[in-house]
Ligand binder design. Structure first.
Ligand code: SAH
Ligand code: SF4
Ligand code: F3S
Length: 441
């Protein structure tokens, strides 16, 4: 009987893709099948996130819940990796709290997992190996992808920005860019295999190659990727407003394959908060970039990330964020309450915002963002859009997919259309989702 694995992923797309690499490693060493439930697995890997306290609490809760299973099934291996294990002092906390963890590894030495599992199988003692400093980029060519027809492609790792609230630079190391030849080769292979949407990933894609190591800027890389023949879409994330520029937009103009959607996290609409966050742009610069993008593509959409309740944020600051959200008219936004992260500058700042005020602001902001998203959905009714079919929703009995702006559309089909582009005539909008009928042309 083949051995089975189960991977629990928390956090961002970066982690989602790293779990695909972990699955690749597990398959390489004989765990051939993905278990449907944790109870059926021979190895369970937690790929953790520590961006906010609640992400950590989820992981703690779920790891803790395995104590009983591990007792009933002593041969089960439990491995913990991801950003949490890279956090200072966290492995000690994990060790103490969960003596039944067999393996711990970091984001900076993911490739070692194969070796660590082998080692653990030969010894009773648990195996821990966390690399403290980033090393050379290790290429993976056997990631086991689970999001067909979409494929994630790393273009860079780490971050140099040290936004004052953020733990990423501490747990992911300094910025390093992948060789452009390797990126282009990977995308070519994915397109040849039938992937129809390629998302280039980095914490700050606009700073790709800025250390001079690749000889290519992000705009040039994007141009090369979008020049690959075949019908597919290109997305990229995340753009940082301090580095987003017209060169990228000009490349977008050259290639209809590049979706006219930019994820441009603004974090706050107030200059004093932006400065305390160490974001290194102003509200005015952000709005200029939006204007520049829309001067090329009036139909362009933007999505964003926003933090409310950052230390020192006044009601006036918060209202400046609301104003900016209305002005930009975002297609959608990820909204967060500020969560203090140990070791980051913001934890030492004065005037932490009381929890009730943070809660009140997040509720108001979510209501605003939802109303914008709903209005945009309603404007879709009667229009025909191109959808890349991604999946079948068993409960609804409908296929689903996204348009270039990331809007989800549902439709009926007798034929399996996953991986195909279809024209959808939108007949109904429901919150963030669209419903419609396939148009045959
Ligand atoms: N590199 C990306 C974001 C990575 S983290 C960028 O610069 O935009 C994703 C989002 O999590 C951030 O954009 C921010 O909105 C949010 N975030 C990061 N640290 C946080 C914290 N300490 N508390 C609340 N939200 C946080
Ligand atoms: Fe964090 Fe800022 Fe880096 Fe994004 S750019 S990962 S928010 S430090
Ligand atoms: Fe991503 Fe969370 Fe790490 S957001 S980079 S998995 S801390």
């Amino acid at each position: 009987m083949s051995e089975k694995y189960f991977i629990v992923t928390y956090g961002c797309q970066m982690n989602v893709h790293e779990s695909e690499k972990i699955a690749g490693i597990l398959r390489r060493i004989g765990y051939e099948e993905e278990a449907e439930k944790k109870e059926e697995a021979d190895i369970i890997v937690f790929n953790t996130c520590c961006i906010r306290e609640n992400a950590e609490n989820h992981a703690f809760g779920n790891i803790g819940a395995l104590k009983k299973l591990k007792k009933q099934k002593p041969h089960l291996l439990i491995a913990v990796g991801g950003c949490m294990t890279q956090e200072k002092g966290k492995t000690d906390v994990l060790k103490k709290k969960f003596p039944f963890i067999d393996i711990m590894f970091g984001t900076l030495n993911l490739e070692e997992l194969e070796e660590l599992i082998r080692k653990k199988k030969l010894q009773k003692k648990r195996v821990i190996s966390i690399r403290e400093k980033e090393g050379e980029i290790v290429e993976f060519d056997d990631a086991y992808r689970t999001s067909y027809p979409n494929a994630w492609v790393n273009i860079m790792y780490g971050c140099n920005n040290f936004c004052s609230y953020c733990i990423v630079p501490y747990v992911r190391g300094r910025e390093r860019s992948r060789d452009p030849e390797n990126i282009v080769a990977e995308v070519k292979k994915l397109v040849a295999e039938g992937y129809r949407e390629i998302t280039l990933l980095g914490q700050n894609v606009n700073s790709y190659g800025s250390d001079g190591s690749t000889g290519v800027t992000f705009a040039e890389l994007l141009d090369r990727v979008a020049s690959i023949a075949g019908k597919f879409r290109v997305r990229f994330m995340t753009s940082h407003p301090k580095d987003f520029n017209e060169d990228v937009v000009k490349v977008m103009q050259k290639h209809p394959k590049i979706c006219r959607l930019v994820h441009l996290p603004v974090q706050s609409g107030s200059n004093s908060v932006l400065s305390a966050m160490n974001r290194r742009y102003t509200r005015e610069k952000y709005l200029q970039e939006v204007e520049m993008l829309r001067s090329y593509f009036p139909e362009a959409e933007l999505t964003t990330d926003i933090i409310v309740g950052f230390p020192g944020e006044t009601e006036e600051d918060y209202l400046a964020t609301e104003e900016l959200v209305k002005e930009v008219n975002f297609a959608s936004a990820f909204t967060f309450v500020y969560s203090p992260r140990e070791g980051t500058k913001a934890t030492e700042m004065p005037n932490h915002v009381p929890e009730e005020i943070q809660k009140d602001r997040i509720m108001r902001l979510v209501a605003l963002v939802n109303s914008l998203t709903r209005q945009k959905s309603e404007a879709y009714v009667g229009k025909t859009v191109e959808i890349l079919c991604e999946d079948y929703d068993e409960k609804k009995g409908l296929y689903l997919g996204r348009d270039e702006f990331g809007r989800m559309g549902y439709f009926k089909s007798e034929k399996n259309l996953v991986g195909e582009f279809i024209s959808l005539k939108v007949t109904k909008a429901n919150g963030i989702s669209l419903f419609g009928e396939i148009v045959v042309d």
